[in-house]
Ligand binder design. Structure first.
Ligand SMILES: [Zn+2]
Ligand SMILES: [Zn+2]
Length: 271
């Protein structure tokens, strides 16, 4: 039993196109907070393949993170992860890109549906659909992804789409999508995968972290145990963002542990 979450398993650095913070700064933030683990998870979004900035140069990236592992080994455990934007049409391209590399941790995320990037192009994604239809389409695309992909460890920010809706989460009701989430979470659990709690939801003013509490509750009730905690930091002050709130949330939901990964093997840290 510990009184803080000691592992941030979703952190970006300047290897991501949307982040300009050096890995050393993120790591030193984590050390200053007293974290024991930091997993760097830079973006690789193949759907924006024509824009080279979005595709991670994996060889260079892994060498860099491995050198930092060594440099900081007496102060913090550094893990080398990646956040991959999943879409069924990218199955082969993603495999070709990441096969042969030894990541500690892989986040599978949905940033785009049918090649439309939701964060960068919300107008295009939401155009011509009701908000509810657009949200359902996003969640159904996650369902397709969890049926299609096996090479990930946890699914990132399951309800990311609500950040970008015309009314964000104002009218979001879990019950409207309960059927889809039940299928998604059952497959995730059956396949030995997990989910994350991502505190960017708090930073983006949803009033809660991703995903919604009802989704976490359903995951727990279905027997889900693998759950990582991540800040999704793109700035150094975001590392470990509001992890105290997450400790409380996990205890309220009766989770007994949270998860860290090394060489893609889960380890459970008791709460
Ligand atoms: Zn993401
Ligand atoms: Zn991220």
């Amino acid at each position: 039993m510990d009184n803080m979450i000691k592992a941030d398993f979703h952190v970006h650095t300047n290897f991501s196109n949307d982040c300009s913070v050096r890995a050393e700064e993120q790591i030193e933030s984590a050390i200053n907070l007293g974290l024991k683990f930091i997993c760097i998870t830079d973006h690789c979004d193949m759907h924006l393949y024509s824009d080279k900035k979005y595709v991670l140069d994996i060889g260079v990236y892994i060498n860099k993170i491995n050198s930092l592992k060594e440099k900081y080994k007496d102060r913090i455990n550094i893990l080398c992860g990646i956040e991959i934007g999943l879409q069924p049409s990218l199955k082969e391209a993603i495999s070709d890109n990441i096969n042969g590399y030894n990541f500690d941790f892989i986040i599978g995320s949905s940033h785009a549906v049918n090649n439309i990037d939701i964060g960068y192009n919300p107008d295009k994604y939401f155009n011509g659909k009701s908000e509810k239809e657009a949200y359902r389409e996003y969640f159904e695309s996650i369902l397709e992804n969890v049926k299609t992909f096996d090479n990930y460890n946890i699914y990132g920010h399951l309800d990311y789409v609500v950040r970008y809706g015309p009314n964000k989460n104002k009218y979001f009701k879990f019950s409207d999508y309960k059927d889809v989430f039940e299928e998604i979470l059952k497959i995730i659990i059956q396949n030995g995968k997990g989910i994350e709690i991502n505190t960017a939801g708090l930073r983006k003013n949803l009033g809660y972290p991703h995903p919604h509490r009802e989704i976490l509750k359903m995951y727990k009730d279905l027997g889900g145990k693998i759950i990582t905690i991540g800040s999704d930091a793109h700035l150094s002050e975001h590392v470990g963002y509001r992890f105290q709130d997450i400790l409380k949330l996990l205890r309220e939901l009766s989770f007994k542990s949270y998860t860290v990964f090394e060489r893609q093997v889960p380890k459970f840290i008791n709460l």
